[in-house]
Design a protein around this ligand. Structure first.
Ligand SMILES: Cc1ncc(COP(=O)(O)O)c(C=O)c1O
Length: 425
């Protein structure tokens, strides 16, 4: 793989790992991996090779056989990675589509007249910190007559299971709670919550988009009925996601008019992105090792920032979190201004979910956790990848410190001196 480095100046090695490099600009420090990860360099020549197989995977002639085989192989190795059967995988174009398919697919199925008296369930439960593709879909279902309850979270990012239990009933059709949060990295007790849902006969969906590659996942052990994933959050190409749907589960397709994915998702498959994600799944053995390495790096980052920049707090610091994500509140600076200043110095970070960037409102996730509007507006999300190095983190801390001192003096001249004095320069 190192041989790639000679031919492409944007390939850089992953620290502590000889297995692969990522395609990214070596002059920039990319700390926005929850928005999207850089693409694994070893995929580039493979994708270029696969371009030769231009047939439609649904065609039965020779030209269709190779792309069909690529999809079959990817399905198999992805199923091994996430702990399910290959036929339980439905390829979509990404995580948002998978989430839509889970919620709308279950809802539509309940609307169908059934010869069996299965009773009508019309109640949905989601958490208050879900991605907009769950939040907005739940809003949409309400316009179609569904009843939706939103589970609160506390300032540590935790869900109160007693409240959850009190919301579950024999009317509950589906619960959807994410495995790990995209903004703060909080991990939820999905196994326990799925069991509780099953006790009242409800289905359980988890949005596992942010968990893929960041923590080990075994769907059978988690006991969920549906789960969503996205390829571009795992060093692969944009345009491929997965909805896992447990064997025997009926969901209505969102896209009609194609028999692909056993009629559950019509439309010609994105062969290159599917095959690329399939190749990435061969690195599942790296997940734990990288999570441990990143935990040490993230802890060092947080400790340094807290000691170097006064008044910084880590959102939900005491909760169980992904080891690659850190959400900070830096009082006295505006998050967007901070982001732009860091960007000019070659550091990519985020103030909230990138999917909702352009939205000047403070992050609904942080507000749901009990942060004030002011705190949410002064927040910064840092998300590390398998290729993030310690040297980059140390450079980032130094730059962040300089930028915060500068912005605090500019935005809040009265307290700037005091704040600047208290920074350990
Ligand atoms: C938790 C979560 N779910 C779903 C999505 C949507 O995934 P995609 O961009 O693949 O549609 C994202 C994207 O940021 C996410 O973070």
């Amino acid at each position: 793989l190192w041989s790639l480095g000679g031919s492409c100046d944007t390939v850089r090695p992953m620290q502590n790992s000889s297995i692969f490099a990522t395609l990214s600009d070596p002059n920039h420090v990319y700390l926005d991996c929850n928005a999207t990860t850089p693409v694994a360099a070893f995929l580039a020549p493979m994708v270029s090779d696969w371009l030769k197989f231009g047939g439609n995977p649904s065609s039965i002639h020779q030209a269709g056989r190779k792309p069909k085989a690529l999809i079959r192989e990817a399905r198999k190795s992805l199923a091994t990675m996430i702990g399910c059967d290959p036929l339980e995988i439905i390829f979509t174009n990404g995580g948002a589509e998978a989430n839509n398919l889970a919620l709308k697919g279950v809802f539509e199925n309940w609307q169908k007249p059934s010869p069996f008296a299965k009773g009508f369930r019309n109640h949905y439960i989601i958490s208050a910190v879900e991605h907009p593709s769950i939040m907005k879909t739940a809003e949409f279902l309400k316009t179609r007559g569904a009843r939706v309850d939103v589970l609160p979270v506390d300032r540590d990012g935790q869900i109160d299971l007693d409240i959850y239990k009190s919301l579950l009933s024999d009317q509950t059709a589906l619960v959807s709670v994410m495995l790990a949060n995209n903004e703060t990295g909080h991990i939820f007790p999905i196994r326990e919550m799925a069991q509780m849902a099953h006790e009242v006969g409800a289905l359980f969906h988890t949005d596992a988009v942010q968990a893929l590659g960041k923590m080990p996942i075994h769907l059978r052990e988690l006991g969920v009925d549906l789960a969503s994933f996205s390829g571009h959050k795992f060093y692969s190409l944009k345009g491929c996601g997965i909805l896992f749907a447990r064997k025997g589960l009926q969901i209505e397709s969102l896209i009609h008019g194609g028999g692909q994915e056993r009629g559950r998702r019509g439309g010609t498959e994105n062969v290159l992105a599917i095959a690329a994600l399939g190749e990435m799944s061969r690195f599942s053995g790296e997940v734990v090792e990288q999570a441990l390495r990143l935990k040490a790096l993230r802890n060092e980052l947080e400790e340094n920032i807290k000691s170097e920049i006064v008044d910084v707090t880590i959102t939900g610091e005491n909760g169980l979190r992904l080891s690659s994500t850190s959400s900070l509140v830096i009082p006295g600076v505006d998050g967007e201004t901070l982001l732009m200043n860091l960007d000019m110095r070659g550091f990519a970070v985020s103030t909230g979910a990138a999917c909702s960037s352009g939205n000047p409102e403070p992050s609904p996730v942080l507000l749901a956790m009990g942060l004030s509007r002011e705190e949410a507006q002064s927040s910064l999300r840092l998300s590390l990848s398998w290729s993030t190095t310690r040297e980059e983190i140390l450079r980032f801390i130094q730059t962040l410190k300089e930028v915060v001192i500068h912005l605090r003096s500019f935005q809040n001249p009265d307290t700037a001196l005091q704040k600047t004095d208290r920074c350990n320069s």
